[in-house]
Structures are given as structure tokens and as C-alpha cells.
Design a protein around this ligand. Structure first.
Ligand SMILES: [Zn+2]
Length: 296
């Protein structure tokens, strides 16, 4: 608008002229706005009882400002989401269809797996099952923005120093700066899940202002087996469009999927999504528990 081809004085002069005329324009707009407020108040006053009419006649400057159009708040940035799961497959079992839905709408969703996932469970068979390769394929199928495994000892997470676990997660939080963190719900029967939950709750404690929400997911086959700890979801994500993507990602875990009616079978996971969906009168959904939410 103001090209700097002329001398500084000319530019300054044009800016001054514009400011002056701008102020005149603002003054005239303000006058018109005040007239409009006065006329609209008069119109409203006719329908108000007398006491309200008295109050309306003493409209102060603050109340006049309320009559101005609301200023539009800036759009929120695309959310960055972090999923922290104990074992390979937990990152899919709990909320895989929800993460796929978020990814489809442009969110960045990163996954972190704590344990390597097979040293204990398959040690008796003296074999490796390639879980890291399965996890990589599952992450590609679901479309995670990034995926990493911390390679901590499977089923022995409670033997690790809690402060070490917390610090590992804190470093990842500082690197990725997620606004939403998903992890295992409390009360799960698997000890690695419990330790992961506890560590996430500590690492995401208030102090990192970019974190707004910590959300708990269920893990079919280990959630809901205590009679003293219940999974009480307060959030349901409708996943009609992304359920099949979740199931395709889960099918990459050749050794972790079982046959129906095992809760980690593909058919059982589909039934489970329908069960949660039907609770909210939808076709399919995934349930979550709010663990902590800070509104700013
Ligand atoms: Zn697990």
C-alpha cells in the first residue's frame, strides 16, 4: 500500500494524512454505531418491564461494548497427539480407529511403545516372533506420523527405575510437544500397563503447558478383569469409517491376534467396536476415560 519509492518525509506525510482520515472514518462509524445501539435499545425497551427499562436507560460504556460484534478467536493449530503404549499391539488395540480418524483429518499422531514385547512371552519357545517388524507394518498400515519402541524389558517394566521411565517420556514430550496424550487406563490387570499409566501421569503433570489432555484407553484382554477397578469411559469416538483400518493394522501382528472368541481376535474387536458404538446409538465407537484435562 505504501511503497517506499518516495522520500521518508512524503511517506510520513501520507501516513499522517491516512491516520487522520482513518480517525475521522472511525469517528463517523462510532457515531453511526452509537445511533444504531440507541435505536435498537429503544426498540427492545418497548418489550421490557419498567424496572428493566430503567436499567437499559443507564447503559454504560462496558455494556455498549457488548453490543459490538464478537471478535473471532484465532483458529487452533492442528493437534499433535502422542500415544504411549506398553507393548507392541497396545497402540492399536485401545484406540487404533480413533488415531486413524485423527490422521485422516490432519492431526499428527505419534506412537511410543515402551517394551520390546517378546523376551518373556516367547522365551520358553526359544524363538523370536518378529514383533518389531509386525509393529512397523502395523504403524505403516494405520499411518502413524512417527513410531518408536524404547525396547524396555517385556513384562518387567516394574523392575525399571520409575524416575528413568518418567525421564524417558519427558524427553519425548519435550521433543514432540503433544497437546493430547493417550495411554493405558488405570486398573488394567497387566503390570506393564499399570507402570506405563503411572509413568505417563507423572511425566504429563502440570508444568508442560502444551499438554491439554491425558486420555485413558482400554486394552481388550487385560482391561475389565478386576472386580474392584472398573473401566468407566466418558468419551466415545465414532469410528464407522476407520474401524477396518484398525483391524487391518491389528492383523499385522501375526502372533498377537487370536481366533474368536478371544478378545484380541479380529472378529471380537469388531464386535467390541459395535458394542461401544451401540451404547451411543452409532454403528461403531471406541471408548476413552478422561484422566486429566486442562482448558486454557
Ligand atoms: Zn500390553
Amino acid at each position: 500500500m505504501f511503497l517506499s519509492r518516495n522520500s521518508t518525509g512524503q511517506i510520513a506525510s501520507r501516513q499522517h494524512t491516512d491516520r487522520t482520515s482513518g480517525r475521522r472514518r472511525q469517528d463517523s462509524r462510532g457515531l453511526r454505531a452509537r445511533k444504531h445501539i440507541a435505536s435498537s435499545l429503544t426498540a427492545v425497551d418497548r418489550t421490557l418491564p419498567n424496572r428493566a427499562l430503567e436499567r437499559r436507560r443507564h447503559v454504560g460504556p462496558m455494556q455498549r461494548n457488548l453490543a459490538q460484534p464478537a471478535r473471532r478467536l484465532p483458529e487452533r493449530a492442528t493437534p499433535t497427539v502422542l500415544v504411549v503404549a506398553a507393548h507392541p499391539d497396545d497402540e492399536i488395540l485401545g484406540g487404533g480407529a480413533t488415531y486413524a480418524k485423527r490422521l485422516a483429518r490432519g492431526d499428527r499422531v505419534h506412537a511410543v511403545i515402551m517394551c520390546e514385547g517378546e523376551s518373556v512371552r516367547y522365551a520358553m519357545q526359544r524363538r523370536t516372533v518378529g514383533q518389531q517388524e509386525h509393529a512397523r507394518k502395523a504403524a505403516e498400515t494405520l499411518g502413524f506420523t512417527s513410531f518408536r519402541c524404547l525396547m524396555l524389558p517385556d513384562q518387567r517394566l516394574d523392575a525399571c527405575s520409575q524416575i528413568d521411565l518418567n525421564q524417558k517420556l519427558e524427553a519425548i514430550l519435550d521433543e514432540l510437544r503433544p497437546s493430547i496424550v493417550y495411554t493405558h487406563c488405570p486398573g488394567d490387570i497387566n503390570r506393564d500397563h499399570q507402570v506405563t499409566h503411572e509413568s505417563v501421569m507423572v511425566a504429563t503433570r502440570p508444568g508442560r503447558d502444551f499438554i491439554c489432555e491425558v486420555v485413558g484407553f482400554e486394552t481388550p484382554s487385560t482391561t475389565g478383569l478386576w472386580n474392584t477397578h472398573c473401566f468407566n469411559p466418558d468419551t466415545f469416538t465414532v469410528v464407522d469409517d476407520t474401524l477396518e483400518k484398525k483391524l487391518a493394522a491389528m492383523a499385522c501382528y501375526e502372533t498377537e491376534t487370536n481366533t474368536f472368541p478371544h478378545p484380541r481376535s479380529i472378529d471380537s474387536l469388531r464386535h467390541r467396536a459395535h458394542y461401544w458404538g451401540n451404547i451411543i446409538q452409532q454403528v461403531a465407537a471406541e471408548p476413552f476415560m478422561t484422566l486429566r484435562r486442562i482448558e486454557r
